[in-house]
Structures are given as structure tokens and as C-alpha cells.
Design a protein around this ligand. Structure first.
Ligand code: SF4
Ligand code: SF4
Length: 303
């Protein structure tokens, strides 16, 4: 290897070091620049808190050219007459509607639709669960007032296209369209509807808190409570069946122990309580020689 080629290698070595340092510095400066201008330069959005603006352009068709659009369902509730046709048409039952007619003798104006149809009832509940909706549009066609529709497309003049309805929890995808107030429900004479709805809400709210098994207290009459003290005092003489036959091993004399065990065993099989068992044992062996008052005392102490 000549001197020249060795010099080339050395210079290449330093060039490589220079390139590496230069690349590292330019990379780091880019990173620092992004850190400094985080808001402007970072491409990812903190969705759904941040959202891209909706593009102006459409996908190549004019809105009126869409014959069917699959988007978000909307109800112009002031035009709804509560005929339930959409609810009945829905194959997955994701539309729920309640209607109330004015009670007899109650003067209540339910209003008119924009097609001048006089409404005969109010709609205190009109929910659509968009998490279950399959965008079939079947609820749209039968509506006599054309007040339920998918937004955008041919319905653009009625409601802008709205593709954005992400939610944190599934339940928030149940959209309520009714604008009937509690006062209107009372005025139409349907206080019972209100009460029933409130009790359902209360039940649901209770159900959202997991409380585990609750102790069900037995309904002890208040007057019976003071009687508890004397009962506790009498506890030693309460019927029980806890004594084991081995307890008779305190009898050392075999001539007493054997008949004592026989009587005890019989009494246990008969299901008698401990007091009776010991009484019978005492009665049996007290006639036999060797029985003493001390032994009797010991036997009674077993209880
Ligand atoms: S689009 Fe279909 S699934 Fe959705 S609410 Fe209407 S009928 Fe039901
Ligand atoms: S079909 Fe139309 S008018 Fe009838 S309940 Fe449904 S939204 Fe209301």
C-alpha cells in the first residue's frame, strides 16, 4: 500500500466522522424544531379533542345527485306527528318513540308541522341508537312528513352533512330528538308518564353503582328488640347438639364410661339436645357404684 492510498483512507475516515456529526446535528435540530413548534408541525391530532376541518370538496358528485346517502340520521322533531311508522320500519329496533295524546277534557295545542298537518299528540321521547343503526334508510321512506332523514346528500338543504359523531362511551350514541318539556307533559295531563319515567331513571342510576350484595335485614318489630337481652342471658340453656361422644372420656372408670357412652349415643341418634344427653347419662350411671358428686359436676360442666 502506497503513502497516497494510506492518506486517502485517513481523509475518508475524518470525512465519515464529519458526516456522522453533521447528520446527527441536523436530525437533532429537526427534532428540537418540532418540539418548539409542537402545535404547527406535529401531524397527529389528539382526536377526538382535536379534529381536522371538514374538506370543502365533495367526492365528485353534486349533493343533489346522491339518491341515497349513508350518514347520520336526523329528525326535524317539530315536524314529527308521532305516527310511529319509522319505528315500526326499523329492522333492528333502534328507534324508540313515546307519544302522549291530550287527556280527555284537557285543552292542549300540539301544534302544526311545516306541511300544515295538525299534530294530535306530543312526542316526549324520540331516541335513535346510532350504535345499532345499520344505515339501511328503511325508516326514512315511510315518514309522511319527511322529517326523519340522513343528513347531507339530497338533504343537504335541510341539514349539513355531518360525519363526525364519535363518542367516548357507547351510550352517548343514543341521540334524543324530543324537545318536549316536563311542564308540557303535565299540561297535557300525563303526570303518570312523568312519574314512571322518573322512577325508571332512578332505577337506572341505582344500577350504575355496583354495590355488591346488600345485607337484607330481617324485619324485627321494634317492640321485640328489648326482649333480646333476657334471651342472651338464657343462652347457656338453649338447645344445642354440639357435644361429641369423646367428651365422656372425662369418666375414668370403665364400668361407668361404657354405659354412659351407650346412653349418650342413643340420645344423639334420637336427635336430642346436649342437656337431655347429659341428664340421661347422669341418670344411667348414678345408680352404678363408683359414681360421685364430683363426676356429676364435671359432666354438668360439659354444657
Ligand atoms: S337506518 Fe335502518 S337501522 Fe337505522 S334507524 Fe333507520 S331503519 Fe333503523
Ligand atoms: S315516521 Fe316521521 S312523523 Fe312518523 S314518527 Fe317517524 S319521524 Fe315522526
Amino acid at each position: 500500500m502506497g503513502i497516497n492510498s494510506r492518506g486517502d483512507l485517513m481523509s475518508q475516515y475524518f470525512i465519515n466522522i464529519y458526516d456522522a456529526v453533521k447528520t446527527m446535528i441536523s436530525g437533532m435540530s429537526l427534532t428540537l424544531e418540532h418540539l418548539r413548534k409542537k402545535k404547527d408541525l406535529v401531524a397527529t391530532l389528539q382526536y377526538p379533542n382535536e379534529k381536522w376541518p371538514q374538506p370543502d370538496r365533495n367526492i365528485g358528485f353534486e349533493h343533489e345527485d346522491y339518491n341515497v346517502i349513508r350518514s347520520r340520521l336526523h329528525v326535524d322533531i317539530d315536524d314529527c306527528i308521532g305516527c310511529l311508522q319509522c319505528e315500526r320500519a326499523c329492522p333492528v329496533d333502534c328507534i324508540k318513540i313515546d307519544t302522549i295524546k291530550p287527556s280527555k277534557g284537557v285543552e292542549f295545542d300540539c301544534g302544526e308541522t311545516s306541511n300544515d298537518t295538525r299534530k294530535k299528540m306530543i312526542v316526549p321521547r324520540f331516541t335513535i341508537d346510532m350504535s345499532e343503526c345499520m344505515y339501511c334508510n328503511l325508516c326514512v321512506y315511510p315518514c309522511p312528513e319527511e322529517c326523519i332523514y340522513m343528513v347531507g346528500g339530497p338533504n343537504e338543504p335541510k341539514h349539513d352533512i355531518d360525519y363526525e359523531y364519535s363518542k367516548y362511551v357507547k351510550h352517548d350514541l343514543v341521540f334524543e330528538f324530543s324537545n318536549v318539556t316536563d311542564q308540557q307533559i303535565v299540561d297535557i295531563g300525563a303526570q303518570s308518564y312523568l312519574d314512571e319515567r322518573n322512577s325508571k331513571i332512578e332505577k337506572i342510576n341505582k344500577g350504575t353503582t355496583l354495590r355488591g350484595n346488600e345485607l337484607i335485614e330481617s324485619p324485627v318489630p321494634a317492640a321485640a328488640a328489648p326482649a333480646a337481652a333476657p334471651a342472651a342471658a338464657a343462652a347457656p340453656v338453649q338447645a344445642s347438639d354440639t357435644l361429641d361422644i369423646k367428651c365422656l372420656d372425662i369418666i375414668e372408670d370403665k364400668t361407668l364410661k361404657t354405659p354412659a357412652k351407650k346412653v349418650f349415643f342413643k340420645s344423639k341418634r334420637a336427635g336430642e339436645d346436649d342437656i337431655v344427653k347429659i341428664d340421661k347419662v347422669i341418670a344411667e350411671i348414678s345408680k352404678i357404684d363408683g359414681y360421685t358428686p364430683e363426676l356429676e359436676q364435671k359432666l354438668k360442666e360439659l354444657l
